[in-house]
Write a protein that binds this ligand. Structure first.
Ligand code: CTP
Ligand code: MG
Length: 235
């Protein structure tokens, strides 16, 4: 069984408001993206990676990949306007590598580990599609256009979805192809599969597995990083 990873890293990071895209900003000594690449390089759970980057950065990203001996990164391809376009580019490239399962993981979620990937992969193998998710800690309201509360869905049914999202390659490829042909835009990978009427299994994710989106997420990430890497505290 071959498992490949597509890493969308072609965003602009507008919400974090720094000079450069957040995937290239350092977290405790190395760029966010490299936390992710080094994890997948080191784990025995996956075989190869396709990295998706901003068109202008492909050469420098390829150089960094080679310099850091990230031998599982088979290619760095250009992304598109939206995340969905970037993943689609990566998915088409990974199609050449004959993978059975594809993992899609954001470049800006550095706290990924074998426990999480194993749990999601196991469910993907059983059900064809699986995503990690956590319950919201606060009450979520569904609002009307005029900003009145429409309803309060029971928290037990609400899940905040994360990555890694894992799929049978052929299923995700079909879902992306169909979405692209019909101009459908989703905010995660699973929504494209749901659109085909296929079931997606929810797996318990981790509250550590944050997506770094706004500046305060970086502060939180430093704390999580220190807790997860206690030996570094002395330095
Ligand atoms: N991404 C991508 N191509 C895009 C947009 C996003 O590959 N056109 C990637 C980002 O680099 C990130 C992941 O998708 O790894 C999650 O996206 P998000 O957190 O929204 O990152 P940005 O789009 O960069 O940030 P923002 O939405 O604040 O501009
Ligand atoms: Mg974005």
């Amino acid at each position: 069984m071959r498992v490949g990873v597509v890493i969308p890293a072609a965003g602009k990071g507008t919400r974090i408001g720094q000079g450069r895209p957040k995937q290239f900003i350092d977290l405790e000594g190395k760029p966010l993206l490299f936390h992710v690449l080094e994890y997948f390089q080191s784990t025995s759970l996956i075989d190869l990676m396709i990295l998706v980057g901003p068109a202008d950065d492909l050469i420098s990203m390829r150089e960094e990949v080679a310099r850091n001996n990230l031998t599982k990164v088979l290619d760095v391809v250009a992304g598109g306007v939206q995340r969905q376009d970037s993943v689609w580019n990566g998915l088409q490239r990974i199609g050449d590598e004959h993978v059975d399962y594809v993992v899609v993981h954001d470049a800006v979620r550095p706290f990924i580990d074998d426990e999480l990937v194993t749990n999601v992969l196991r469910s993907a193998m059983e059900f064809g599609a699986a995503v990690p998710a956590v319950h919201p800690k606060e009450t979520i309201k569904h609002a009307t256009h005029e900003l009145f509360v429409g309803s309060t869905p029971p928290r037990i049914h609400l899940w905040i979805t994360q990555t890694p999202q894992i799929f049978e390659f052929s299923l995700l490829h079909r879902a992306y192809k169909s979405a692209t042909a019909n101009g459908y835009k989703g905010t995660d990978d699973a929504s494209l599969v749901e659109r085909l009427g296929q079931r997606v299994k929810i797996v318990h994710g981790s509250y550590d597995n944050i997506k770094i989106t706004t500046p305060e997420d970086f502060e939180l990430a430093k704390i999580i990083h220190r807790r997860r890497n206690p030996s570094r505290r002395a330095h």
